[in-house]
Design a binder for this molecule. Structure first.
Ligand SMILES: [Zn+2]
Length: 368
């Protein structure tokens, strides 16, 4: 009896398209950025795009990059901004940093991804409208996955092959007021010492440096921490951390400058420049932190500023009802350190109104 074989379907067509091809026949993705860096004349800069697909109208879904090559060989620093698409201070800080580098004095290379989540960035939103996935919970991504997972995969293929240090720039949301602060994780298999991460974070003059638990912790937003780009980079045994540069959806120039100045010090710290920076003295290291949510809807009026330490009974703020009568005064039984306070007054029950540290310690960083 004859057995009918349908024969191979053209690549990218057929019922399951490329996903049905055996791995060896998959198109081999070149590392575009590494190749681009190798082609650059020493002490020069280039730019390009990583294509991750297309939209319904045929527009490319592409991740823009800037690649800068120093005058001599050395380490490679990656800076990713706006993995959350509306956290624009990071984009501006990264651009200001890379465009003002003295390449003639630089060793190694710097790669800046100014809009790491392009669909979300264009949509002026944290996540891409196509699937609503938080891309910073999707790394290393999935080549045959949902749109956001494919974007993560495309970016990750480049990063994992060439990079010694990664800085992931974020902000809080536009609802909040916050001074810049650092966030870091400690990968259980990662050899990078905590002191190395704290030293880097001190370069950004942060209000606090938060050790983010990598197992599920009360008070953190729900989500998959291990899918964060900095955590995945740490899993490769390399230095990675996050810097939160204020609020989202608007420019805050002092924080943009704080971010670009910090990046320059990080570059020097890993050996790209001669002037190894001094760490920023004493750092407040946060051991526990939590979001504070409204118990009742109404209008929240903050009574504190980020960086304040609130003693028991001292209010984070009050909530009035829509007629203006105070219906709740938000206080704490223990001292808290305010990381961020809400500035958008309109709240429903469960909305975030503050972000506070409940346990912290001072760490004095030694000059090396
Ligand atoms: Zn973010």
């Amino acid at each position: 009896m004859a057995v009918l074989h349908p024969g191979p379907s053209p690549q990218g067509r057929g019922r399951h398209g490329r996903n049905r091809l055996p791995p060896r026949k998959r198109p081999r993705l070149v590392t575009i950025i590494t190749d681009h860096l190798a082609r650059l004349v020493p002490a020069s800069r280039g730019q390009g795009r990583l294509v991750a697909g297309s939209t319904a109208t045929g527009a490319e879904i592409s991740i823009p990059y800037i690649a800068a090559r120093g005058a001599a060989d050395g380490p490679t620093l990656w800076v990713t901004a706006t993995v959350h698409g509306d956290e624009v201070n990071g984009t501006l800080a990264a651009l200001d940093f890379v465009r003002h580098l003295d390449l003639a004095a630089m060793r190694g290379a710097c790669v800046v991804i100014p809009a790491a989540n392009p669909l979300a960035f264009d949509a002026r939103a944290k996540t891409a409208p196509q699937d609503g996935l938080d891309i910073d919970q999707q790394f290393p991504g999935a080549a045959g996955g949902l749109t956001t997972q494919r974007v993560a995969d495309r970016l990750w293929r480049e990063i994992e092959r060439a990079g010694d240090c990664l800085v992931s720039l974020h902000t809080l949301t536009a609802h909040f007021e916050a001074k810049p602060y650092g966030v870091y994780k400690l990968h259980p298999d990662g050899p990078v010492a905590e002191d190395v991460l704290l030293r880097h974070l001190s370069f950004y003059d942060p209000s606090v440096a938060c050790l983010m638990p990598t197992v599920k912790a009360a008070g953190e937003l729900p989500g998959n921490i291990s899918g964060a780009i900095d955590y995945q980079f740490q899993a490769l045994g390399k230095t990675a951390f996050m810097v939160e540069l204020g609020a989202g959806s608007r420019i805050e120039w002092p924080y943009v400058e704080q971010g670009s100045a910090g990046l320059r010090r990080t570059a020097a710290e890993i050996g790209m420049f001669e002037d190894r920076p001094a760490p920023g003295g004493t750092l407040r290291k946060v051991l526990k932190r939590r979001h504070v949510t409204a118990d009742t809807g109404g209008l929240f009026r903050a009574a504190c500023t980020p960086g304040d330490i609130l003693q028991p009974g001292s209010p984070l703020g009050v909530i009035t009802d829509i007629f203006g009568d105070i219906v709740d005064t938000v206080t704490f039984a223990e001292p808290v350190l305010v990381i961020a306070a809400r500035r958008d007054p309109v709240v429903a029950t469960g909305d975030r109104i503050g972000f506070v540290a409940t346990a912290w310690e001072s760490r004095t960083l030694q000059s090396v």
